[in-house]
Design a binder for this molecule. Structure first.
Ligand SMILES: Cc1cc2nc3c(=O)[nH]c(=O)nc-3n(C[C@H](O)[C@H](O)[C@H](O)COP(=O)(O)O)c2cc1C
Ligand code: SF4
Length: 397
């Protein structure tokens, strides 16, 4: 049997193969944050397609941590019935599902959350949302920790198999652990140990909210690709060691941030016209000019977080490592596991195009995935268009 189809344990939860559906903002929830039928159908299909573990799109744990109009919420008990329907749909098809808990931090807008976004520090104005965030005080930090803990409790109520803390892609946790975003001089900043404190506290609080054996996963950047130094592979190794000491049950590694380096996060083509589709007319020419400069610089030639995996894996000891980003052929996937660079293969865009790709690989019917990394599905997100494969063209927003 192929190594890709051997089971693995995350905490006390066994997943049947080594394929992880990496969190994918679907742009499909209701504006209230509740789960929609469309969302349920999406994940039912992926479970039918035999994905080992499904991680749906990031869920906001607090109203101020929301970053998408049609994002799933886990910020209130009112969300639980819909989340439960989502879990049941996946379980009915024999799948497993873990919720990605997220707080947007500075990567959101006043229009969406009703106030200036918050972050560890107020330094800088980002080039996408032009947000200069409000620096959080100690009470606000504690409120966020409690919000994650309550959200984890709701995940349990809904029957989820695990949770993942989103510490990548420039959102709040990533901001705290990154020297680029975090300029605090108190116990939440000023050193690697202090910058890591929020994530450490979150793991401890969330653990108290989960039953014994329910896995806590973390998605971590191994490179922020920010204009000045943020998380680098060597800092990521340090963090991975600390996460291992804290006994998390799985680490997924990624890179890039939505506001400063989105093309590092999703390498491939830069779909300039589609990304610019709903940008206001007065900044569209400048935005397009900036995007055109990126064309050809992010071509996807190989799984781009694999080099980071090779240095992270040894410090994790027995904790499973998932690597995401650019897996497009089965030989590469097998080799990654056989050479013990990682334990699981995480994918996002390939599943958007082919929800049944895992089953087809198992049946020996696919050696490469159909996704050509044109990134038009990625461009659907800023246009508020439900995500699907738009390789043949993005509809009007
Ligand atoms: C449409 C879209 C939505 C995404 N939403 C999320 C998300 O909610 N949370 C997250 O951690 N990453 C998100 N990502 C990043 C992916 O999980 C993944 O890290 C990235 O696409 C690279 O993997 P791939 O080459 O298999 O697509 C998203 C990517 C895309 C294209
Ligand atoms: S639109 Fe389709 S082919 Fe293009 S990146 Fe997305 S899933 Fe892949």
């Amino acid at each position: 049997m192929s190594i890709l189809f051997t089971p693995i344990n995350l905490g006390d939860v066994q997943i049947e193969n080594r394929f992880i559906h990496s969190a994918t903002y679907e742009v499909m929830a209701l504006e209230t944050g509740e789960v929609s039928d469309k969302l349920i159908k999406r994940y039912q299909n992926l479970a039918k397609g035999e994905v080992g573990l499904i991680i749906p799109g990031y869920m906001y744990v607090h109203p101020l941590g929301r970053c998408g109009k049609y994002q799933i919420g886990i910020h209130s008990d009112d969300m639980i019935p819909g989340l439960r329907r989502l879990v049941e749909a996946v379980h009915q098809e024999g799948g497993k599902i873990a919720f990605q808990l997220n707080h947007a931090g500075r990567q959101t807008t006043k229009a969406l959350i009703g106030q200036i976004p918050i972050g560890p520090s107020s330094k800088g104005r980002d080039p996408i949302y032009f947000v200069k965030p409000k620096e959080m005080n100690g009470d606000e930090i504690q409120e966020v920790i409690q919000a994650f803990s309550k959200a984890a409790g709701r995940a349990v109520e809904a029957g989820a198999d695990g949770i993942q803390l989103h510490a990548a892609h420039g959102y709040l946790i990533n901001e705290f652990i990154s020297p680029f975003f975090n300029h605090r001089k108190d116990e939440w900043g000023d050193s690697d140990v202090n910058r890591f404190r929020l994530l450490k506290e979150l793991i401890s609080e969330v653990r108290n909210a989960l039953p014994q054996g329910m896995p806590i996963l973390v998605k971590l950047n191994t490179h922020d690709y920010t204009p000045q130094e943020g998380i680098t592979p060597s800092l990521a190794v340090t963090y991975a060691r600390w996460l291992s000491d804290l006994g998390i049950n799985g680490l997924e590694i990624s890179c890039g941030s939505t506001c400063y380096s989105y093309m590092n996060m999703c390498r491939g083509d830069v779909p300039v016209n589609e990304l610019a589709q709903s940008i206001p007319f007065w900044i569209k020419p400048l935005a397009k000019l900036m995007m055109k400069r990126m064309v050809g610089k992010y071509n996807l030639e190989e799984p781009y977080n694999l080099e980071a995996a090779k240095v992270i894996k040894p410090v994790l000891e027995k904790i499973p490592l998932f690597v995401v980003g650019g897996f497009r052929n089965v030989t590469q996937m097998k080799e990654t596991l056989e050479k013990q660079y990682a334990d699981c293969i995480s994918m996002c865009r390939p599943f958007i195009r082919e929800p049944f790709i895992v089953k087809r690989i198992r049946e020996g019917k696919a050696e490469v995935v159909g996704c050509v990394s044109c990134n038009r599905c990625f461009a659907a997100v800023p246009n508020n268009i439900p995500v699907q494969c738009y390789n043949k063209g993005l509809p009007a927003s």
